[in-house]
Design a protein around this ligand. Structure first.
Ligand code: ATP
Ligand code: FE
Ligand code: MG
Length: 341
């Protein structure tokens, strides 16, 4: 069985083809990504109008390339999937309309996929069979979600951010420090030569009796630290960058790790999964691994290529939906604020 999936919720246009053989093993035959990061970088963030225009330009050649790399024809595909939300409306529409058009032209079903469900199950893409129950931490550009995943489609929301998402905090703090967009990888790079204890930054909501997060106070604390260090012009000096990055990164990671472990203990679940763009961060991976080892919890990480936006994760969700007989109607629209739970 073959499914072609399209991802166009933000600034990456992506197409993937997944295959499932008689043994039940899922295999990604193609996963193509055309990134727009270079186009948006000079604006310091994603410009919706530019994003949708570039999705339209990139999509058709990308579908051709995916079919060629997978060595299959369009008539071999059993279902067409696309991200239907959350994301930028005009960007979602491009991928969605294309998947529906392919569905109409070939007479094969259309499957709408929630982008966050893609991130959620992406750490299990190599695995055969049912998804294991686990506590999932999704840390991306727009979301910070702590979810008790009981099985495919059965999710309980344990906590979320009350303000900025983890990735958003990385991007905004990077901007304050004068690093380019997207800030996450830049902060990680600079933090390598910095002292994580150089500045005392707050660990928000650690004592609250829930699993919610807040990163805007931390962001403000970084801003004050920068102006205290540079009272004349407020501009960060090159020699301050590494320590600021390392201290900020350590504060975010400590809260994420402690709350996730606490959620697993409280739920009595012995597996944790980590996904979303911020999960590329090696220090986050290492700290969570250490904490999981101490608590005898099994950690499931995403392959780096599956952490940031891609269509393989969308194809993987579509495969599970196909097997469950969950198809979508062609008049189902996109939803920029689509909730997972
Ligand atoms: P969402 O999935 O919530 O709609 P998104 O799709 O934009 O948002 P992703 O593509 O999953 O988010 O992740 C992008 C985010 O990950 C950006 O905020 C980026 O800065 C962050 N990020 C990427 N690599 C790293 C890293 N090494 N360390 C920290 N953050 C990172
Ligand atoms: Fe994403
Ligand atoms: Mg992105």
């Amino acid at each position: 069985m073959l499914i072609l999936a399209i991802e166009s919720s933000c600034d990456e246009t992506a197409v993937a083809i997944i295959h499932r053989d008689e043994s039940g093993e899922p295999k990604i035959l193609a996963s193509e990504i055309s990134s727009q990061i270079d186009i948006h970088r000079k604006w310091g963030g994603v410009v919706p109008e530019l994003a949708s225009r570039n999705h339209s330009l990139a999509l058709s050649p990308l579908i051709q390339q995916a079919l060629e790399n997978a060595e299959v024809g369009i008539q071999d595909i059993d279902a067409f999937a696309a991200t239907s939300g959350p994301g930028l409306a005009s960007s979602l529409l491009v991928g969605n309309t294309a998947a529906k058009a392919l569905s109409v032209a070939t007479g094969k079903p259309y499957i709408a996929v929630n982008h966050m469900e893609g991130h959620l199950i992406s750490p299990f893409l190599q695995d055969q069979g049912e998804l294991p129950a686990n506590i999932a931490l999704i840390v991306s550009g727009g979301h910070t979600l702590l979810i008790h995943m009981k099985s495919f489609g059965d999710y309980e929301l344990l906590g979320t951010t009350l303000d900025d998402a983890a990735g958003e905090a990385f991007d905004k703090v990077a901007k304050m420090i004068g690093l380019p967009y997207p800030g996450g990888p830049e902060i990680e790079k600079a933090a390598k030569s910095g002292n994580p204890a150089a500045f005392a930054l707050p660990r928000s909501m650690m004592k609250e009796p829930n699993f919610n997060f807040s990163f805007s106070g931390l962001k403000t604390a970084v801003l004050y630290t920068i102006s205290d260090l540079n009272p004349d012009d407020g501009a960060v000096k090159p020699e301050q960058v590494a320590d600021l990055c390392a201290s900020f990164q350590a504060a975010v990671i400590e809260v994420l790790v402690k709350k996730t472990i606490k959620a697993a203990r409280k739920s009595g679940v012995n597996k944790i999964s980590l996904s979303g763009g911020v999960s590329c961060n090696r220090t986050l991976q290492q700290e969570l691994q250490k904490a999981c080892d101490n608590a005898r919890i099994e950690l499931h990480l995403c392959q780096p290529a599956l952490s940031t936006d891609n269509a393989a994760m969308i194809a993987f969700v579509a495969l599970h939906k196909y097997l469950a007989g969950e198809f979508s109607s062609l008049d189902q629209g996109i939803d920029p604020n689509q909730k997972l739970v």
